[in-house]
Design a protein around this ligand. Structure first.
Ligand code: CP
Length: 311
């Protein structure tokens, strides 16, 4: 693997998931692979899981890790040919090349504006790093994708499924804030590559990008969609059509124990209790959110391993 910015960068998904599960059993097996190599992690936005699990994974491989909260550094300009006489002090062209001299791998977290659809869809932050950096780039959640999360989710479903082809449902949930579509997008793309019976359910108006959902069934009736589900992945996202808007906060879409049935409950975290999902679900044995978060380490571990093997 050269970079990991999107699900498509995984060439052999089943082998990658299998490798991640083996690494989970023996996390220090490749502890010298990253010796004298440095991972620089750049955060434009907050993180708990991504930051700690990716650092842990890198250290398991013997890498050094440097972390920069980009908002503490110089304000970056991304435009080409801009006259930089305003508030931006440094251009991405220099910044990415400079960081590449300190790093063997660069990981970037940069959320969307949720204001400017075209700008967000251009993935200008992530793609600029990929364009100007001279080392591999990892996506730690960009404007439209969260491929490390989706890989951890795929590992979790593979570990827990009791069926060859489990039924997986992605169910929208209410939330007071406008959230990105990134987690949902990557989960959809991941499920499309897995041996699962996959359905999406959400209120009308919350359709994700059709170029991503393709022919995945969408059911506006949550109860119908959840019938006989084995895994229910709950997530809020803001409207894609009416870009970045919170169209409704219909609490009837909150996940409850009654709606969940016998399914396992999944969420990427952080999650708002009794808004997105009721306590009774999160505090039950059907919730696998802690295992999902644990698998973030092994998703990052297998990705970093595959990148280091190509350096
Ligand atoms: N799921 C996830 O990406 O968590 P953080 O935002 O805490 O990194």
């Amino acid at each position: 693997m050269k970079n990991y910015t999107k699900i498509k960068d995984i060439s052999n998904l089943s082998e990658t998931i299998k490798d991640a599960i083996l690494l989970k059993m023996n996390p220090f097996e490749f502890q010298d692979l990253g010796k004298h190599k440095t991972l620089v992690m750049l955060f434009f936005n907050s993180s708990l899981r991504t930051r700690l699990s990716t650092e842990k994974a890198a250290k398991n491989l013997g890498m050094e890790v440097m972390i920069l909260n980009v908002n503490d550094a110089w304000n970056l300009e991304f435009g080409d040919g801009t006259i930089m006489n305003m508030d931006k002090s440094e251009h991405i062209k220099e910044a990415a090349q400079v960081i590449s001299q300190y790093a063997d791998v660069i990981a970037v977290r940069a959320f969307p504006t949720l204001q400017d659809k075209a700008k967000d869809e251009s993935e200008y932050v992530l793609n600029s790093f990929q364009k100007y950096a001279t080392v591999p780039v990892i996506n730690m959640e960009s404007a439209t994708a969260h491929p490390l999360q989706a890989l951890a989710d795929a590992i979790t479903i593979t570990e827990l499924t009791e069926k060859v082809k489990p039924k997986v449902v992605l169910s929208w949930a209410p939330h007071p804030k406008a959230l990105p579509q990134a987690v949902a997008n990557s989960f959809v793309e991941m499920m499309q590559r897995m041996e699962v019976d996959f359905t999406i359910t959400h209120p009308e108006g919350y359709e994700l990008n059709e170029a991503i959902t393709k022919d995945t069934p969408i059911n506006y009736n949550q109860e119908e969609a959840l019938k006989d589900a084995d895994f229910v992945y709950v997530k809020n996202w803001s409207s894609y059509k009416d870009y970045g808007k919170v169209l409704n906060q219909d609490e009837n879409w909150m996940m409850t124990k009654a709606k969940l049935g016998k399914a396992k409950f999944m969420h990427c975290l952080p999650v708002r209790r009794n808004v997105v999902v009721e306590d009774a679900v999160l505090d039950s044995e059907q919730s696998v959110v802690i295992q999902q978060a644990n698998n973030r380490t092994y998703a990052a571990l297998v990705v970093l391993k595959q990148i280091l093997e190509k350096l």
